[in-house]
Design a protein around this ligand. Structure first.
Ligand code: GLV
Ligand code: GLV
Length: 319
């Protein structure tokens, strides 16, 4: 019998066809995420699960899936929605999508940074709604990247591509924190977090969400930042204590924030963050270039097919 796979969203024709060539495919083909109940009933008896970051894959889901489940592949680079210990305990292989989304996510990080510092959304709104009376010397001004010190927290694949793209903007100094311990990557300086926070005009979070990074941006860390600091987060909302961020933006502890990720997602419409002019919120679109999303879907499908054949996966998360 052909192996069976459950897919939790419409993933486009290329990835779907790739799966269908090898497997019997069941798809949750709706625009909204699959409910927990539907996920649990559909995953039962399947050999493979193609999921997104909107699905929490935990003990309950895995228990209901059953022992023939061989692979869980997520169409994302982040894997904080997967319970790695439970997967490992069941010998379920894990696929994810690093690398293919790095350029798109780096691009979006720069776009969000500039949108925040140069107040693009606010400016566009003024132009559309009659606030534009005349060219005015200090109207809608914000901090410049030119000559700035930029700190990247989590200098991995995405953080490094952000730094490369910043090169063209005339930044004065690049600081970073990383786990590898290597100094002098891309001409930057590896420094302790406290030093990065107190010296940077722009603080960019591109680190994975782990127990160590959970709410690492909090009252204490925001207070260490400069009052002109722009904080950008394109990693996971969970690295930020969001109430602390709201306080910091309201009190002028920092100058502004650009967020592609929040807690929760979607961010409720009554969130204070939407009321703050010095905050730009995007709906988690870091990797959303047309080419990239398709490449992520195809890579996830290839991860599944390879795992089902017992072969090397193009992108296996080894834990
Ligand atoms: C997006 O946030 C991803 O993890 O791919
Ligand atoms: C701006 O448009 C300028 O000419 O300074």
């Amino acid at each position: 019998a052909r192996p069976t796979v459950y897919v939790t969203r419409d993933i486009g024709p290329e990835a779907t066809d790739l799966l269908k060539n090898h497997c019997d495919v069941t798809i949750w083909a709706h625009s909204e995420p699959v409910s927990r109940a539907d996920l649990i009933s559909n995953v039962q008896g399947k050999d493979a699960l193609f999921c997104l970051l909107t699905e929490k894959i935990d003990k309950e889901v895995l228990n209901r899936a059953g022992s023939q489940l061989k692979v869980v592949a997520t169409m994302s680079v982040g894997f904080d929605h997967l319970d790695l210990n439970e997967l490992k305990a069941r010998n379920v292989r894990i696929g994810y999508t690093p690398d293919v989304l790095t350029p798109a996510t780096a691009e979006l990080t720069i776009a969000l940074l500039l949108a925040t510092s140069r107040r693009l959304l606010e400016a566009s709104e003024e132009a559309r709604t009659g606030g534009w009376k005349a060219w005015s010397p200090f109207w809608l001004c914000g901090p410049s990247l030119n000559g700035a010190t930029v700190g990247v927290v989590g200098f991995g694949r995405i953080g490094q591509e952000v730094a490369k793209r910043l090169n063209g903007f005339g930044i004065q100094k690049l600081l970073y924190t990383n786990q590898s311990g290597k100094d002098n990557i891309l001409g930057g300086h590896r420094v302790p977090l406290d030093e990065l926070l107190s010296a940077s005009d722009f603080v960019i979070s591109t680190c994975a969400l782990t127990p160590e990074t959970k709410e690492m941006f909090n009252d204490e860390t925001f207070k260490k930042m400069k009052s002109n600091a722009v904080f950008i987060n394109t990693s996971r909302g969970g690295v930020v204590d969001q109430d602390a961020l709201i306080r910091a933006l309201k009190n002028g502890t920092i100058w502004g924030a650009g967020l592609d990720v929040t807690t929760p997602e979607p961010l409720p419409l009554d969130s204070e963050l939407f009321k703050l002019k010095n905050c730009v919120v995007l709906p988690h679109i870091g990797s959303a270039s047309i080419e990239t999303r398709n490449a992520m879907a195809v890579l996830t499908a290839r991860n599944i097919v390879s795992a089902l054949k017992g072969e090397t996966m193009p992108s296996e998360l080894l834990i």
